[in-house]
Design a protein around this ligand. Sequence first.
Ligand code: NAP
Length: 300
Amino acid sequence: MSERLGFIGLGIMGRGMAHNLRKAGYDLMVWNRTAARADSLRAAGAQVATSPADLAANCDVIFSCVSDTPDVQAVILGDQGVIHGVRPGALVVDMSTISPQVAREVAEALAAKDVFSLDAPVSGGSEGAEKGTLSIMVGGPADQVARAQPYFAAMGKTITHVGPSGAGQTVKLVNQILVVVNMLAVSEALVFAQASGADLEKTLQAVGGGAAGSWMLANRAPQVLNRDWRPGFTIDLQQKDLRLVLEAADQVAAPMIATSMVFHMYRTLQQSGLGAEGNHALIKALERLAGVTVGGSAPA
Ligand code: NAP
């Protein structure tokens, strides 16, 4: 008999992921703190639980995708949390981006109840969540990764078992270092091009296909040129991830020179009320220092 699945956290990411599990035909129960956000899943045939504990009591494999470390602690270990309903032998898969250390602590608390767990954060944005094309970085025991594989395949395209418990979160933080430092390079390059009077469209055409090409350059630089700050990933959530990077790096004494610089640049943007803009709005911090505006004619 196939396993019954549960999904906690139906935000920008979780909603698309849960819908993809339903589309793949799985028996699904969902829970979201703001109940109205579960309506589309109910309409798609999912059952709606009254609490994470209620959901856990009725499911074999429980997924969660909520905002930050304390939120995962709340839905898994809190008063109405998964841990109070979950059955021995069940599997809990957290797909939020959180502290690797807390991911290991949550796994230990669940293991004490004979419950398995995986940390499986994702990359690929809201678009990837909706289309089922996410990259999923998984930490935990191999047999449980194999157990979750068909469910991951409904939500993502690139599924990589990267190591033991917590390793998924560590690799996700590696991903975030690469993303933001690359965005810093894109920003600095565009400010220089603008200040030098280069044709920006032609500049992107010329450098995009060579050694300097990247996903951020291809996807976010054109948005910058159009002064389009709609988020694929907000500055607020990006900043949360950089805080996790800096905390984890501190524990292993790894210097984070460029990442900490970007962390503080994003902070200046948050302080000016831009936290809901996309992470490519990083360029605004450099524009202010340089006294130039890239692309569109009006200053931001
Ligand atoms: P979101 O749209 O803000 O949704 C957050 C979800 O978490 C909502 O369902 C929210 O419930 C729930 N939640 C937050 N705090 C909670 C708490 N204390 N108790 C119960 N539920 C709580 O965020 P998102 O973009 O889906 O991101 C979710 C996770 O995926 C984050 O860890 C993020 O870093 C990661 N991620 C996001 C992206 C992206 O492009 N957006 C990409 C990769 C990874 P309510 O509806 O009640 O607020």
